[in-house]
Design a protein around this ligand. Structure first.
Ligand code: F0G
Length: 457
């Protein structure tokens, strides 16, 4: 029976704010109806991101107290490096302050202008950094990913036929990198199977193209492989993760997720020349290669976090908590991308709010309603984020789906907090017609969702 319990209890807590409905209405108006502009002390339950938002453990904080802040060759660096080497097997490890810094350093060293970067799905900063390196990001998700309701266990996979066609077709000489995002954050937090990763490895070898992992949620992917893929039932999550890293030529990792820390990232590499290029860039822009923009205490928290994140008890409890929230939400009549992943749930706002056209941003409208009714903050993943707009900020190409992401910070909210989220959603689902749409008032040309301002229609 103990398997139903999270393997920890809570030692340090912080208060959460409760605003009145009037205060929330005023706060959202002040924020230009963009939750990114809300102040954290205006939010009761913050599901905007699972990145850097987790709780650390007593063991991590004890390790942090031992952080060695020497400029070069700090003890904390060696502890971090050894831990990462043991987990990933890569001979070269470079620390960076967060994932996107790793992307910039890696792509600058690896991609040439005009080249193609192929992926199951690029995360938004990854997409931006491929472009900044002068290359072209292209997503090749598997067809099952587009059926939001299908229970297919590995909807994070890349489309192997499309990958083969690109690697053998007229553009084959342009392909500079294949990057697999595990789990697939851009498409419903869905995992990638080991079979798919192995096939990608084989194709990349045959066509002499580098194969890297964007492994921000490597432990959660490993847990889902252990649960869903035949042949891995007797493997530990750590063994599965190590095997996945072993298939690739290297990795870039945001450690703000499965590093169980507020900040951090890394690049893992096998190739000596690429390592030398990346290291020079790292020293010039992030910091010396034994700290890469991180403090010694960060490196200590990360080294300990990387041990804790692959513990089966932790992963089982986290997966169960997300699955329970999905069940409550689905029972309340709100559909989520199936099957439930671990770090986030994706609400099908388009289906819940059929009275709103994509031009009225149903995903954004649902996100705003969750804040107005319950002080809950989350992120739209629909036409506001992905759609094409004209100069007057009018939507001209809608996104394929109107989704809202509820990201679940690690070890932060109890099942009671999540029951509250389901209850607020259930109230909305009883009377979805009262949710009204939004229009864009002003919008920046790049990474629109962070800075856009809107108004209710
Ligand atoms: N890759 C993936 C798959 C990510 O989800 C993220 C960040 C990054 C790279 C960039 O890492 O934030 O450390 O620079 N995802 C966060 C999110 C921001 O909310 O999904 P970073």
């Amino acid at each position: 029976l103990h398997q139903m319990l999270p393997p920890y209890r809570i030692k340090v807590v912080e208060p959460i704010p409760f605003l009145s409905p009037q205060e929330r209405r005023a706060a959202l108006a002040e924020a230009g109806y963009n939750p990114f502009h809300l102040r954290a002390d205006q939010i009761t339950i913050d599901l905007l991101s699972d990145s850097g938002t987790g709780a650390t453990s007593a063991a991590q904080e004890a390790a942090a107290a031992l952080g060695d802040e020497s400029y070069a060759g700090a003890r904390s660096w060696f502890r971090f490096r050894d831990e990462v080497h043991d987990l990933t097997g890569y001979p070269h490890i470079l620390p960076v302050h967060q994932g996107r810094a790793g992307e910039r350093v890696l792509f600058t060293g690896l991609l040439k202008p005009g080249q193609l970067c192929l992926s199951n799905t690029h995360f938004d900063t990854t997409h931006a950094n491929v472009k900044l390196a002068g290359a072209e990001p292209r997503d090749l998700p598997c067809p099952a990913a587009f059926d939001l309701d299908s229970p297919d266990p590995f909807k994070g996979n890349i489309d192997l036929d499309a990958l083969t066609r690109t690697l053998t077709g007229p553009e084959r000489d342009r392909v500079g990198l294949v990057l697999m995002t595990i789990t697939n954050n851009g498409l419903g937090a869905q995992p990638v199977s080991m079979a798919n990763l192995t096939a990608v490895r084989d194709l990349c070898r045959r066509h002499e193209v580098p194969f890297f992992l964007d492994a921000a949620r490597f432990a959660e992917n490993a847990w889902l492989v252990g649960q869903r893929e035949p042949g891995y039932q007797d493997w530990t999550p750590r063994q599965i993760a190590t095997h996945a890293f072993g298939l690739a030529d290297g990795c870039v990792v945001s450690l703000k997720k499965d590093g169980l820390s507020a900040i951090g990232g890394l690049i893992g590499l096998r190739d000596d020349d690429l390592h030398a290029r990346c290291e020079a860039n790292l020293i010039a822009t992030e910091g010396f290669s034994t700290y890469g923009g991180l403090a010694g205490h960060d490196l200590e928290r990360l080294a300990q976090g990387l041990r804790e994140v692959v513990e089966p008890g932790y992963l089982r409890a986290r997966a169960a908590s997300t699955a329970r929230l999905a069940r409550l939400i689905n029972e309340a009549g709100v559909d989520t991308v199936q099957p439930a992943g671990i770090h986030a749930l994706y609400l099908n706002a388009g289906r819940l709010l059929p009275h709103l056209s994509p031009q009225e941003f149903p995903g954004h409208a649902l996100g705003c309603q969750l804040y107005l009714d319950g002080g809950i903050r989350c992120a739209e993943l629909g036409s506001l984020y992905l759609g094409g707009m004209d100069d007057q900020h009018r939507l001209v190409t809608p996104a394929p789906f109107e989704l809202v992401r509820l990201a679940i910070p690690r070890r932060v909210y109890t099942d009671t907090h999540l029951e509250y989220v389901a209850a607020v959603l259930a109230d909305i689902a009883k009377e979805p017609g009262r949710v009204s749409g939004y229009r864009v008032v002003s919008s920046p040309p790049l990474l629109r969702h962070f800075k856009v301002r809107l108004a209710p229609i």
